[in-house]
Design a protein around this ligand. Structure first.
Ligand SMILES: [Zn+2]
Length: 234
């Protein structure tokens, strides 16, 4: 890679663009917009979950209703217990059954209570979240507009710097520029850095012997550690 001086000029100008981009990305307006978007996405997932939960509760309730019907059916056997006992039936058999039924009813009651409190909880959670979602939906256009308006305040500067970058780019080999932009998109900056005392001036790692040789002849190498392009100041 040659063209170090052009690239350094380009990078210097590019740092102005980066600063503008960072001002937008770190702005409260963008943070609020991103947070709101993320809340809406999570809330929608959560509402789906609560929906599924309530279906589960309903289906469990149906099962319990069937259990209740079965118990009621069993109880019919006891309607004529007087006659049965008078007819010489074994009373202890019926007593054991009654004890069993009482236990079943107790378990049923406990589960119904648990189900009711789970349903109440799910309903309250659903309603509270729904309320928040509706309120946020109403705020969303304003939040988005504030973010767009903030971006717009930077747009003239962004356009001016971009135009200057375009004219600087004209004197740089497109392949070199492509490599530069690839690094930039990996959030590496600055991209072209000076070698000082045989070390990368950004991360401080020492160059390999091969890289020392290569850069001594005016070449450019990539830092093994931080992957910036390194050159030796002539
Ligand atoms: Zn480095």
């Amino acid at each position: 890679m040659s063209q170090i001086s052009q690239l350094l000029l380009y990078q210097e100008k590019d740092s102005e663009l980066l600063k503008l981009e960072q001002e937008v990305s770190s702005s409260d307006e963008r943070k609020k917009f991103m947070q709101t978007q993320s809340f809406m996405k999570k809330a929608s997932e959560k509402l789906d979950q609560l929906d599924a939960k309530s279906s589960g509760l309903l289906s469990r309730l149906e099962t319990l209703e069937n259990n209740y019907k079965e118990i009621a059916e069993t109880l019919k056997d006891f309607e004529h217990i007087d006659e049965l006992v008078e007819g010489g039936a074994d009373l202890s058999f019926y007593q054991r059954n009654v004890a069993k039924i009482a236990e079943s009813l107790k378990a049923l009651k406990a589960e119904i209570n648990a189900l009711i409190s789970a349903a109440k909880e799910a309903t309250e959670e659903y309603q509270a979240l729904k309320k928040k979602v509706i309120a946020t939906q109403k705020q969303m256009p304003e939040i988005e507009a504030a973010y767009k308006a903030f971006k717009k305040t930077k747009q003239a500067s962004v356009d001016a710097v971009s135009a200057e970058l375009n004219s600087l780019a004209a004197s740089i080999d497109p392949e070199v520029l492509r490599k530069y932009q690839a690094k930039r998109s990996e959030r590496i900056f600055p991209i072209i850095c000076e070698i000082r005392n045989d070390r990368c001036s950004q991360c401080g790692i020492e160059l390999s012997i091969a890289d020392k040789d290569k850069t001594a002849g005016g070449g450019v190498v990539e830092c093994e550690n931080c992957h910036r392009f390194l050159y030796r100041k002539a």
